[in-house]
Write a protein that binds this ligand. Structure first.
Ligand SMILES: Nc1nc2c(ncn2[C@@H]2O[C@H](COP(=O)(O)OP(=O)(O)OP(=O)(O)O)[C@@H](O)[C@H]2O)c(=O)[nH]1
Ligand SMILES: [Mg+2]
Length: 462
């Protein structure tokens, strides 16, 4: 690990803190409105559940102009927790907010977490909990739920399990869950949930990997943490956190760059760790910690027409890229579907009286989905498309970034179809569809493995 990473200010903080047993790390970027609550919940969790340990809370901020860091420093100190919870902890809880250094000029959630890992390693903590700073639904118990398996159960990595609204977490549902499950055989339902527990050993492993690509320094970090833990053979579990309520995002409007960073990372790691997944068939459950929860997460609006229109628009500009990265059969079907998305979208717009700008319509998710209800993007086609990408990513042309960017409109088509198919069902029923699709990925894994091995044979014969 290069030791130039930590700035003098961070090194001073580490010297001041000395050692700690448990740390909560919070990455942030313009979260002044929500981070105070997250910090108070983290403090309360540490004081209430781990009164005998030496705790520290570290906020790693991007230098946010909205005063995020000031909110952290000025929010109620740990003494307030002792007063409201009537606990007298053995050790004083320390609290730090710092601006993390960029990595080769790149800032982002991953860069923030690298600094958190560096500090955790320097303080020699046994358990690190990482939580997002835009969380509304975090409660003190989350700290115990995420750290407990590490401190009490001997696990190295705790992934979150939450109830999310049926249309939230679309990158998870369409790519990271089914692909991680089919490749590595572990059914980790939220591999990029953002809230994790990590052991001291795994933190050192992460730092030793020293793998800070641009994507990992941004939103690729979550799938990188999960995949690196799996590929490294670490003991992994899940924990039941209840609902995830956070700043919501509409998949068509907000998730493009995140999709590229997450998917770029998962594809790159598939190439790197092929030895770890080529022989795996099927999948198994991953132990879950914590008491069951029954919670209805708040709904989220999705602009389905925009998703379909982006899919169609992609087919007009990206057809060459699609031909170079997908199998010939998949391309033809995808193009037919994109054309259909275009037609159905035009009809629906006329019917709903939506003009040129589909982004600013007041039509509801249900109205839009009803208007294009015939559209369907099949599970097996989506699984093949993703596997084609895994294969093409071995020798990406012209680059992995352009390939993954070209996948985005197809992903929008798949998400649009998911929204349409599930517009009238409960979140539990939609969950069954996510499972159905994940099973399809497992079923079609030989499609991937056979082609992968053929490519290997061709490469060694050439
Ligand atoms: N330090 C830092 N933190 C960031 C940056 N971008 C995002 N984060 C933090 O990473 C966490 C997750 O970011 P969100 O934008 O909420 O993304 P998300 O919740 O994973 O994404 P969805 O589930 O798709 O909504 C939050 O705590 C953000 O403040 C960044 O550039 N720098
Ligand atoms: Mg969020």
């Amino acid at each position: 690990m290069p030791d130039t990473v930590l700035s003098p200010a961070v090194r001073d903080e580490i010297a001041r803190l000395g050692k700690a047993d448990i740390m909560v790390g919070i990455p942030s970027f313009k979260n002044a409105a929500t981070i105070g609550y997250v910090v108070r919940a983290a403090q309360a969790g540490l004081v209430q559940y781990f009164p005998d340990l030496h705790p520290v809370v570290v906020n790693s901020d991007a230098g946010s102009p909205d005063g995020t860091s000031r909110v952290v420093i000025e929010t109620e100190p740990p003494d307030y927790v002792e007063k409201i919870l009537l606990v007298r902890p053995t050790n004083r809880l320390e609290r730090v907010s710092l601006t993390y250094p960029e990595i080769d000029g790149v800032g982002g959630k991953g860069a923030a977490l690298r600094t958190i890992f560096e500090i955790a390693a320097a303080l020699e903590v046994e358990a690190l909990v990482v939580v997002d700073s835009d969380l509304r639904s975090i409660v003190p118990e989350w700290i115990e739920l995420l750290a407990g398996p590490i401190l009490k159960g001997g696990y190295d990595f705790t992934a979150p399990l939450y109830s999310r609204y049926k249309f939230d977490g679309t990158i998870t549902n369409t790519v990271t869950y089914p692909l991680t499950r089919a490749l590595y055989g572990h059914r980790i339902r939220q591999p990029i949930g953002g809230d994790f527990g990590v052991s001291g050993d795994l933190i050192r492993h992460y730092l030793a990997l020293d793998d800070w690509t641009e994507d990992v320094s941004k939103f690729g970090i979550d799938i990188w943490m999960t995949t690196s833990a799996l590929a490294g053979g670490f003991a992994v579990c899940q924990t039941r956190l209840g609902a995830k309520v956070h700043d919501p995002k509409d998949p068509g409007a907000d998730l493009g760059p995140m999709f590229r960073q997450v998917v770029g990372t998962i594809l790159r790691l598939a190439e790197r760790y092929d030895e770890r997944w080529l022989d795996i068939r099927g999948s198994h459950d991953v132990p879950a910690y914590g008491f069951e929860r029954i919670i209805d997460p708040p709904p989220l609006e999705v602009n389905t027409l925009r998703l379909l229109s982006e899919f169609h628009a992609g087919s007009l500009t990206l057809v060459d890229a699609w031909r170079s990265m997908l199998s010939p059969e998949s391309v033809e079907t995808v193009l037919e579907l994109a054309a259909e998305a275009g037609h159905l979208g035009d009809h629906a717009r006329a019917k709903l009286g939506i003009g040129g700008d589909v982004a600013s319509t007041s039509a509801t998710t249900l109205e839009m989905a009803d208007a294009v209800s015939e559209f369907y993007f099949p599970d097996d086609l989506w699984a093949r498309v993703v596997y084609d990408l895994v294969l093409a990513a071995r020798d990406p042309k012209p680059s992995l970034e352009t390939m993954v960017a070209a996948l985005v409109p197809i992903y929008f088509g798949r998400v649009g179809s998911f929204v349409i198919e599930n517009r009238n069902v409960t979140t539990d029923q939609a969950e069954e569809r996510v499972e159905r699709q994940a099973r399809e990925f497992e079923l079609l894994k030989p499609y991937l493995v056979d082609r992968w091995r053929t490519q290997d044979a061709e490469a060694s014969g050439a």
